[in-house]
Design a protein around this ligand. Structure first.
Ligand SMILES: Cc1ncc(COP(=O)(O)O)c(C=O)c1O
Length: 305
């Protein structure tokens, strides 16, 4: 059965969550956007995935930097500043009585269009802001079983086509890759860059561990993941050799360990790539990094990082 890095324990409280839609906070069954919305019609929007740990949004500033930068890149007027977003998040969390183990998808689209055509100028009534928060804990099972990846024909594009750094509502590039991986009997896709080097998965950043060194792609064709950067910084601060470099499937197959990073799952071990088992199942470096990341979150929640 296919599994994903975003698999969470079933939580029945999510059936009755309240969702933020342009300032209103309503039951999920009433949370609706127009069929004329640019996000629905064209995938014209930007989103962020964030996690709430003991009442604090992890690495909020970094997420807001990426969010506002992406919106600026596509001339999408957020209509509020960072403090405004923080307030909308606070209201939504309060309405749901949520403080911990919460995942949030913050979505901003160009808003309702006057006519069902592409031109961005047709969205005249301002952006649509939606905040979905769910009670969510990543399943433990993946930590031992690991995720199965398949390399796929769909590649990450060049920045002058659609920059992979844009966390755009249009995820078709990633979705096609994920479908290809599923067709190959894997859980998620390992995507290459236009030159054939290993780049990222369809939903997370990708790392390998070889002979005690941590390697990840140059970052040129992948999402500038907040967790990716935290892992690189943790390695640098703790004397673990880390390299952002080009490498091929040859080196990925022969890695001692591999793991994915993302806000939801933090670090998720990789069991296999293209049916080839990664390492011997012992993951000392991944475990060390997971421990350091947990400590970092603790310090961050206590205001010390
Ligand atoms: C394609 C892709 N890669 C990686 C990530 C992980 O980024 P982060 O660590 O900021 O959650 C995301 C999350 O938005 C993503 O969509």
């Amino acid at each position: 059965m296919a599994q994903t890095t975003h698999e969470a324990d079933e939580d029945t409280r999510n059936r009755d969550i309240r969702i933020y839609v342009n300032g209103d906070i309503v039951h999920r069954n009433e949370a609706k956007v127009s069929v004329y919305d640019a996000g629905f019609m064209l995938g014209d929007g930007i989103w962020e995935g964030m996690r709430l740990y003991q009442g604090k949004w992890a690495f909020f500033d970094e997420h807001m930097d990426r969010f506002f930068n992406s919106c600026k890149a596509i001339d999408l007027d957020v209509g509020m500043d960072k403090a405004g977003i923080a307030d909308a998040l606070r209201r939504t969390a309060e309405a749901n009585g949520m403080t911990d183990d919460v995942h949030c998808r913050l979505m901003l689209t160009r808003g309702i269009k006057d006519k069902p055509f592409q031109h961005p100028g047709l969205s005249t009534s301002g952006p649509t802001l939606v905040i979905i928060m769910e009670h969510s804990r990543p399943v433990d099972r993946l930590q031992t079983a690991g995720i199965r990846l398949a390399s796929v024909p769909q590649v990450r594009g060049l920045p002058h086509a659609q920059d992979p750094k844009l966390n755009s509502h249009s995820k078709l590039n990633c979705i096609i890759a994920c479908l290809q991986a599923e067709a190959a009997g894997a859980d998620e896709a390992l995507m290459l860059d236009p030159h054939g080097f290993v780049n990222t998965t369809n939903a997370c950043n990708f790392f390998i561990v070889r002979r005690g060194e941590v390697w990840t792609s140059t970052g040129d064709y992948c999402m500038n993941g907040v967790t990716r950067q935290k892992v690189i910084d943790l390695c640098l601060d703790n004397g673990i050799p880390v390299h952002q470099k080009n490498f091929s499937l040859y080196e990925a197959y022969g890695a001692d360990e591999a793991f994915l990073t993302g806000t939801f799952g933090a670090q998720t071990p990789v069991a296999s790539i293209d049916g080839k088992k990664i390492g011997n199942g012992d993951r000392p470096v991944t475990r060390t990094i997971q421990g350091m990341y947990k400590d970092l979150i603790k310090k961050h929640v206590n205001g010390a990082a």
